[in-house]
Design a protein around this ligand. Sequence first.
Ligand code: 26A
Length: 344
Amino acid sequence: MAASKDFRLFVLENPLLDIQAFGNEALLQKYGLKANDAILAEEKHMEIYDDLLNNYDAKLIAGGAAQNTARGAQYILPPNSVVFVGGVGDDKYAAILHDAVKQVGLRVEYRVDPKVPTGRCAVVITGHNRSMCTDLGAANHYDLEHLKKPEVWSLVENAEVYYVGGYHLTVCPPAIMELCKHAASNNKVFILSLSAPFIPQFFKDPLDATAPYWDYVIGNETEAAAFAESHGLGTTDVRQIARALADLPKENTKRRRVAVITQGTEPTIVAVQGESDVREFPVHPIAKEEINDTNGAGDAFAGGFTAGIVEGRPLEEAIHMGQWLAKLSIKELGPSYPFPKQTY
Ligand code: 26A
């Protein structure tokens, strides 16, 4: 493959170390957590990380939603296809992240903060639910200065597809806007994940600033519902919300926006800007006994889908690739992919 075709996918978000354990109702109550949610940690949550490690046999697993997606896309794509940026500390948690990205050949260009520890995400699994509580740490210190460093910005200029996790809207909207504008003015592809209900709820303004730049917007049914509510769409119907997302005003009119909403085991909903038809794609069935946990399934879907977009595959095939990778990830512990590698 020609050198200029390396690193066609550029991904930005928060690299985190997941501290994941099987928990119970009492644990959720102790920290005031909902069974299925993703939140930013407050003072009252800070003990949960040690609690999980000391009392719940927690595992340390590479996480960070878009970093999981980047690992997933690189799992499918040819070597040297994906680069990920975000902020980490200089500690043993960052070393675990380095090992995990090396395993799939994902290139990372971390902003290393010597004073702040790598971010952690407590993941409490109860049944098929997962509750996540994130202490962003060094990930919260990512800045525009890092993105604009010549060695990083040259990767931005070289890339053809950008994937940003909406979670990064809590960290550095100016960096996201730089990628948005670069993509639109060069007719490149910009993909945004809604990430979690609290993003459209509490980060509405920075989210809305990115909306005109979305070529693809990916979310699940609860994120879609949160978007509809905070934007007064007056509907809870996922198909109608997908339609509304696809039809929002768009900066680069050379590409029609596509909205993709996953719904767990229910079909994936896809709306294309200006097309009256909203399409549904059933997920790949998975036997109950094959399910390990669903933490990271949505990230894996986005990874497979984005790999398809990078390869220029038809929309329905990209969806299929997303569902294929989600299924592989559900069989693993946490947001991981099987080795030896399976090929799509
Ligand atoms: C800013 N927040 C809250 C977050 C996250 C996050 N990744 C980035 N920023 N909160 C949870 N995650 C990640 O989501 C993955 C599962 O989808 C977790 O690290 C987990 O790997």
